[in-house]
Write a protein that binds this ligand. Structure first.
Ligand code: SF4
Length: 254
């Protein structure tokens, strides 16, 4: 079995509740969505070659064939870990949408677990059945709830609800879950409230990270006051709501 890989490298987590920790990043190619604000469009399709860092943080890329087996990915991750012992907090499994490769993940995640590497899934939060097949191997789930005002795509409320219900049905005190929601200047408070009610209907204790769309798209970048207002609105339904921008962009991290 193989899956299309875009890149594997070592960097700092720039989003969400684990912002600032050092991680390996494994980016899969392929996505089932087409969000307007997407900053990883290069991961929508399989690349001609995958770029794989040879030394953690040195950006000394090897161009490799993108189709890799789980054993090959695990070996490349192991190589990076051995060169920087004790440095990496976890591996971010990202994309694109990594759950499009759930069968592959069912083989890969146990291998990463045996290496002592906690697995952090970054997902668009729409593929509940695929999540159910791999969630037992995950240590962190960062699930998006996509706002139609931000994606400019059809609403996904039903898919997100099924995803959150699946997370809740597989509750594990050793796994840390949170929801991330990107908002843009055209996002309105009523949409934030609808999303917060949806999350609270499944689990009001699930932390929510509100993420302003990145500053590299100034026409959609929200105002500072939107963050304050949206946090206050979401806190009517949820116990923990933080506003965290994408730190890897302001920090110049990859
Ligand atoms: S789900 Fe993520 S990778 Fe896919 S289009 Fe949206 S932002 Fe881009």
């Amino acid at each position: 079995m193989t899956a299309p890989i875009c890149e594997l490298f070592s960097s700092l987590q720039g989003e969400g509740l684990l912002v600032g920790v050092r991680q390996l990043f494994l980016r899969f190619a392929g996505c089932n969505l087409r969000c307007d604000y997407c900053d990883t469009r290069y991961a929508w399709e399989a690349p001609e070659s995958a770029r794989v860092e040879q030394t953690p943080g040195k950006r000394d890329w090897e161009q490799a064939p993108p189709e890799m087996t789980p054993a090959e990915v695990a070996a490349r991750a192991q190589h990076l870990l051995r060169l920087a012992p004790g440095v990496h907090h976890s591996i971010s499994i990202t994309g694109g949408e990594p759950l499009l490769h759930a069968d592959f993940l069912r083989e890969l995640l146990p291998m990463l677990g045996e290496m002592g590497l906690p697995c952090y899934l970054e997902t668009n939060g729409t593929l509940a059945d695929e999540l159910a097949g791999v969630i037992a191997h995950l240590d962190f789930v960062a699930a998006d709830v996509k706002l139609p005002s931000a994606t400019l795509q059809a609403p996904l409320w039903g898919a997100h609800e099924r995803f959150l219900v699946t997370m809740a049905a597989h509750e594990d005190p050793n796994r840390r879950d949170f929801v991330k929601m990107v908002y843009v200047r055209r996002t309105k408070e009523e949409e934030i409230l609808r999303a917060a009610r949806l999350i609270a209907g499944v689990n009001p204790n699930l932390p929510l990270v509100l993420q302003p769309a990145a500053g590299d798209q100034p026409d959609i970048a929200p105002t500072p006051n939107q963050g304050l207002d949206f946090q206050a609105a979401a806190l009517r339904h949820l116990r923990e709501v933080r506003v965290i921008p994408q730190m890897h962009k302001s920090g110049g991290w990859l």
